[in-house]
Ligand binder design. Sequence first.
Ligand code: HEC
Ligand code: HEC
Length: 385
Amino acid sequence: MTGNGLKLWLLIGGMALSLCLGFSGVKAQSSLQQSAPSGAPPKLAQEQFKNIQTLKCIPADQVVPSMQFIGASLGVECEYCHVHGAMEKDDKKPKVTARKMMAMMMAINKDNFEGRREVTCFSCHRGAKDPVAIPIISDEEPKRDNGEGKKSAEGKPALPAADQLLDKYLAALGGADALQKISTRVQKGTVIAFGGERFPVEVYSKGPDKRLSIMHLKGGDSITAFDGNQGWLGVPGRTHLMSAEESAAAHMDADLTFAAHLKTMFAKFRVDAGEKINGQETFLVVGRNDGQPPLQLYFERQSGLLLRLVRFAETPLGRNPTQIDYADYRDAGGVKLPFRWTLARPGNRFTIQIDQIQQNIPVDDAKFVAPPPAPPAAEPKPPAP
Ligand code: HEC
Ligand code: HEC
């Protein structure tokens, strides 16, 4: 782009932003706009969708993640608010209410929390349509917090340093050298989803950071991939490029030497006593970079292995969590690998159980490349869940 072209872009982008500031009222948004792929300013919601009134100024690719956040906060499906196949229609009352609620949420945060997004839909709704306004009478003897819980820190074992836990994890997997020796990995197994249905799955990895998983579902293959630069999703007849943020998450999963990179991925780490996972004691390491949601890592105390990873995708209304639980660690070619993992989000989860692994066999780079977009056909089908 020429210097003048660039200035024009900045001018147009700047204008759109300044026109939009009044509507957004959500501080987290600025970091989202920075995280968009460099170059063009992100397309705004109002430019892509037909009937956006409150979320006009959020990036277009944040609309659906924001909707997922709403659905999870209220414990409802899209159709609770939307007419199937015509999302722009305002025929359903909850949709109209939801718009008022967005404005309310933004006003609460603006008036009381200096615009920081402290209150979200979930703060009140807690996974239900109707927030509870009256304290609940519980079946058990209540334990009331007298505010002194924090003082009695005596007797708590000292927590190890984050570096120590990250080193222990890397060593438990076999060490950096052993990880580096793996150039490719092909895993075959079963995905268990939708309350117990089983389908074949294959996961192809190639160093440093290419990955593709194919689930052979009833309705056709569902693909999640990272080609080394960009993440993409594929369902029959349709390919979807991931947003910058989704790509960053897919990149993390694709990194064959993730454990060796962890220390340099975050500016700050904090260690806490983690919750028990499947009866096993853990330490929680939280990695942070300024302006980004944290990454939570739960390491088993004895072995040092990673049992759980929780990451958050920022949306203008709140954060969408993804939790991956790793289990069934076994030795494979000089490294330790989880043969089972469960990926869970509010309202859906699936487990992958691997039963066959091959490493350092040839895997063609072309495998990871997204197919070119199909010619515009009839209304595309929604992806298989
Ligand atoms: C609690 C109600 C509610 C739920 C549940 C909900 N939405 Fe929405 N949705 C809205 C509202 C309100 C708007 C309009 C926002 C605005 O005006 O800024 C909207 C707008 C949209 C739009 C833009 C439509 C257009 O062209 O104007 C899309 C697309 C959308 N939602 C998708 C979804 C999806 C997908 C889900 C399920 C994951 C979902 N929504 C769940 C309330 C809801
Ligand atoms: C400060 C608390 C609070 C926040 C924050 C909040 N809500 Fe609500 N919401 C309520 C209450 C209380 C009701 C029930 C009102 C009633 O019973 O008439 C309600 C009702 C609703 C309803 C109607 C439910 C039905 O029965 O059909 C929808 C839809 C809704 N909220 C969506 C949202 C969305 C989306 C957000 C976030 C953008 C949100 N709310 C944030 C308190 C809140």
